[in-house]
Design a protein around this ligand. Structure first.
Ligand SMILES: [Zn+2]
Length: 83
């Protein structure tokens, strides 16, 4: 599913929006979709995929890469201090 950078009809901010499932005449951003009081009755919240099932593999890999980078920097600094 695609989204557009548009003005959210609920919060009026410029954000990625999708067409609301309950009100097809409205655009909704992920924040308003998540906070929507009618979300419980909505058969298909348009931002459900991202909000309910964030891909867990990507952040873990990113975290490890960050840890490796931090370690490499630490070793480099130690070497600089020692020399
Ligand atoms: Zn919004």
């Amino acid at each position: 599913m695609t989204f557009l950078w548009d003005v959210c009809d609920t919060c009026t901010r410029r954000r990625p929006t999708r067409t609301c499932w309950l009100y097809p005449e409205r655009s909704v951003c992920p924040y308003c979709c998540a906070a929507c009081p009618e979300r419980g009755q909505c058969p298909r919240p348009v931002w459900l995929t991202e909000l309910v099932a964030p891909r867990p593999a990507a952040p873990a890999r990113q975290e490890r890469r960050r840890a490796e980078a931090a370690k490499a920097l630490e070793e480099l600094l130690k070497r600089l201090e020692g020399g």
